[in-house]
Design a protein around this ligand. Structure first.
Ligand SMILES: CC(C)(COP(=O)(O)OP(=O)(O)OC[C@H]1O[C@@H](n2cnc3c(N)ncnc32)[C@H](O)[C@@H]1OP(=O)(O)O)[C@@H](O)C(=O)NCCC(=O)NCCS
Length: 156
């Protein structure tokens, strides 16, 4: 990405209680209005237990994603969205990176996600690998993707 770093871009990690109104504003704009995902599928029972990344530019919310803990040190990235007018400037990548670093710090060893087929190249740039068949989710073709964190050891 050769674009200039955006001044005044902040990426916060927040519990649902603090993130919900801004995160929902972005998700409503992107998934419900732009992508026609049914409103009843947008909020789910994972939101209150997930950690939410919120990107703000000059304190205006412009992007979000969430991380949900699964079993066996695995976690799931989801609800990744950047407002249309702010795409293509590396913001999505910075949001994802923030959640990946957080997950790793928390001892997560692998990440999974359900990628819209059109977004697969975005996740591939961050090291995710697509696996298995294409399936329908909320009326949009999806494919599973996975990333296993490399193991580091202090021993030579
Ligand atoms: C997918 C999304 C979050 C990417 O956000 P973004 O801020 O535009 O992404 P970035 O600018 O950080 O892109 C990082 C890299 O991925 C590439 N990329 C981003 N979206 C892409 C896409 N849909 N197809 C191919 N490449 C893509 C960029 O070109 C860039 O590559 P580069 O580093 O070689 O220049 C954004 O397009 C979006 O909100 N889309 C609608 C919702 C959606 O589809 N979410 C994904 C659900 S699985």
């Amino acid at each position: 990405m050769l674009t200039k770093p955006l001044k005044n871009l902040e990426i916060l990690l927040l519990p649902w209680k603090s993130a919900s109104s801004d995160a929902f504003f972005i998700r409503k704009t992107v998934f419900i209005e732009e992508q026609q995902v049914p409103q009843e599928l947008e909020l789910d029972e994972e939101d209150p237990r997930a950690i939410h990344a919120l990107a703000t530019l000059n304190a205006q919310p412009i992007g979000t994603a969430r991380l949900v803990d699964l079993v066996n040190n695995q976690a799931q990235i989801g609800r990744m969205a950047v407002l249309d007018q702010f795409r293509g400037q590396g913001i999505g990548q910075q949001i994802l990176k923030k959640l990946m670093l957080y997950a790793r710090e928390k001892g997560v060893t692998s990440l999974v996600l359900h990628s819209q087929v059109s977004a697969i190249p975005f996740y591939e740039k961050m090291g995710f690998i697509a696996q298995g068949p294409i399936y329908d989710e909320a009326g949009i073709p999806h494919r599973n993707m996975m990333l296993i964190f490399p193991k580091f050891s202090n021993n030579p």
